[in-house]
Design a protein around this ligand. Sequence first.
Ligand code: MSP
Length: 515
Amino acid sequence: MTEIDQKGIYITTPIYYVNDVPHVGHAYTSIACDALSRFYRLKDKEVFFLTGTDEHGQKIEQAAKNRNIPIQDFVDGMSKNFQAMSNNLNLTNDHFIRTSSSKHKAGVQKFWEILNNNNQIYLDKYSGWYSVRDEAFYSEDELVDSKAPSGSPVEWVEESSYFFKLSSWESKLLDFYENNPDFVTPKSRFNEVISFVKQGLKDLSISRTSFSWGVKVPDDDRHIVYVWIDALTNYLTALEFPNLNSDNIRKFWPADFHIVGKDILRFHAIYWPALLMAAELPLPKKIIAHGWWTVEKEKMSKSLGNVIDPDDMISKYGLDQFRYFLLKEVPFGNDGDFSQNSLIARVNSELANNYGNLVNRVFSMTMKNLNGIVPEVEITERESDLIKISDEKISDYMVQFKIAEFSKAISSAMDIVSSTNKYIDETQPWKLAKDNDHEGLKRVLRTSLEMIRLISILLFPIMPDSSKKILNALNIKIDDKSNSFSGFNKIESLLPGATIKKLDLLFNKIDKTEG
Ligand code: MSP
């Protein structure tokens, strides 16, 4: 992929179906997008981070009917849960889109009209399988034991339907993939997409007539726009589409990162680029498919009663601990297992014993021995060695974070924590204090304070609250949307003579029995 240019960075989560309440899977995508958005803001990029709710279609209509609630009231209430999730996870989204809003609906109709004017749509009849749970059409040969490949039940559908000429985009898609080898990550998933397209694409049914909850097809209101066409268009309507001259469209389209779960990759990597080509609009730059979480090695499901509520995890372990665990536990793209014991073990060893311990001991030694005042020092070779390591780790971090390799980027930052702890263990500032080696003591504490500053900035996209507390105690202002990495790796960044503030213990050790 070409280096991202001066245009703003546009990052999106999938929009969440409102048939259910938020769970750890939703929280995961949202936290990943938030971390990436915060990272790019630190790199002085203008970021537009979008999330929202997908509120139409048969699945939602059925969910409202089952609960006997008027549909609009139902989606209003359920969407609020996801808005609350955004707040509770400390997301810095710039907009929250709802597909039942009139602006979005008008944008979908306009998108349809563009496709229609470009001769991309025709009326025919669909007969085939449909899964309401997946909101997806399946061909006979895709079924496994009479079910969708996802295991969802399917029903036979025969109805009048508009079709999008997807088949005519097959070779253009393959050309596009070839010219953009990083369009989808991980690579293995990209290969699946490519071989699916190579097997031949059928035209896509893009309207339904057997229910009414959705966007009406322009000039034919017996038909409802297929919910996936409606949903994908959110990425445009959130930027003021159809006004192609709007500031947001000009600044942020095409999207830089659509982050999605592996289950919905086909919609984003095949249908969406084909639709955009057909509408003569630029294609997104990158689609990242993350893996799925199981819970204590079991599939997460309501029937098993093991659905993880993000709010529970936040109140039990703390928000930053939860964010850290999710992004550190598995390489982005792989499946992961959400185990509370693993979370506790990680928090205890990496946050409490390593990072927390570094911060606590350096702060308390500075308070005790230097009255909290940042000293002016000259560094020696030992400090230069540490700085050299941290410089290398910072470059690794930058390379990894840029492409959403969160786990690797965090490891690089945590390596600096370990190296600094090692530096302290070796230089033994407590001994320097006892021996009245003031210059030595000052040098070690100043260097360690600088390292803490640096690490806390690196970890800010992952653990914004904790980083903010630490940096604030170091008299460094950091806020959610307007900070910058620039100059941060200069060792002399703290102001000599300034007094650091008292800091409460940030990462308490968690007792295993609490899990
Ligand atoms: N509404 C569609 C997306 C439309 S985007 C134009 C949708 N919604 S969803 O609510 O069902 O899923 C949203 C996201 O949550 C998906 O990316 C999905 O992969 C993710 N997850 C749902 N369960 C998950 C896990 N158990 N683990 C990780 N992510 C999972 O699909």
